[in-house]
Design a protein around this ligand. Structure first.
Ligand SMILES: Nc1ncnc2c1ncn2[C@@H]1O[C@H](COP(=O)(O)OP(=O)(O)OP(=O)(O)O)[C@@H](O)[C@H]1O
Ligand SMILES: [Mg+2]
Length: 240
């Protein structure tokens, strides 16, 4: 089973949209779990758009992390996506770093229970910060996928994520593969990013596209055969 954290310290780089559509393309191969570790719970809203908020608040990743509910009891079936299950987040997740600051074992317990689940792939969306939530994701993963756009601080942000990934590898004795994914770029920007050679890049790239933005913002899947769909399919093939 592949456990893939989608991570970047830069806000708006495309973590959530990549997590959402990668989960959908992986689901062509079998059951997939989409995990939301961001209290700005856009992935949760995409897959559980009409699910009652009280139902999500009573069984979310917050309860799984604090140990008040079994992780498997916090997993919901995604609406309209047969093969996708969701471990959702709510705004309350913003408290988790404060509440569990004295219980670092919580991260290891979470990672262990996640890796025991039976899915073809687990995709984890993360917040744009070095945080308790990001640690939970990195300790659980065998692949760290970082969407990188063409911007002034891309190299510095990626270096911080690499340092964090290496620190987790030292602590666990298991190193995850770290890949940069050119995202929200055009063809010329993709070429410049790759030429800068600051990372191991995926062969696949996700170009800036109004169709991806519209699908992401409106809760719809990408149209089969569209450019965005083809790019995510290539990424899914490369990672699985
Ligand atoms: N390939 C793309 N082309 C055009 N727009 C995109 C693309 N990918 C994402 N977007 C849009 O860019 C915005 C930011 O994307 P997204 O929410 O995925 O980033 P993020 O890294 O998760 O942000 P945050 O750091 O706030 O969690 C969203 O409005 C999304 O619809
Ligand atoms: Mg996001």
């Amino acid at each position: 089973m592949k456990v893939i954290s989608v991570a970047s310290l830069k806000g708006g780089s495309g973590k959530t949209s990549v997590s959402i559509f990668l989960a959908q393309l992986f689901a062509r191969k079998g059951p997939v779990l989409a995990v939301d570790l961001d209290h700005n719970n856009n992935l949760t809203d995409y897959f559980l758009r009409r699910t009652d908020t009280g139902k999500i608040e009573g069984a979310s990743i917050y309860q799984a992390l604090t140990g008040t509910r079994k992780l498997s009891d916090c997993i919901h079936a995604a609406e309209e996506h047969e093969k996708i299950a969701v471990l959702p987040a709510t705004p309350h997740l913003a408290r988790i770093g404060l509440e569990l600051a004295r219980d670092p074992g919580a991260i290891l317990r979470f990672a262990k229970s996640l890796r025991k689940l039976d899915f073809v792939a687990i995709v984890i969306d993360t917040p744009p910060s070095l945080s308790f939530e990001l640690s939970c994701a990195l300790y659980s993963s065998n692949i760290v996928l970082s969407p990188v756009s063409f911007s002034r601080w891309t190299v510095q942000g990626f270096a911080l994520l690499r340092d964090e990934t290496q620190a987790v590898a030292r602590a666990t004795g298991r190193s995850a593969v770290l890949r940069a994914l050119p995202a929200q770029v055009n063809a010329a920007q993709e070429e410049k990013l790759r030429g800068a050679e600051f990372a191991d890049f995926t062969e696949a790239a996700i170009h800036r596209s109004a169709a991806i933005k519209a699908a992401c913002d409106s809760g719809r899947p990408l149209k089969a055969g569209s450019r965005g769909h083809r790019q995510f399919a290539a990424l899914a093939e490369e990672l699985l």
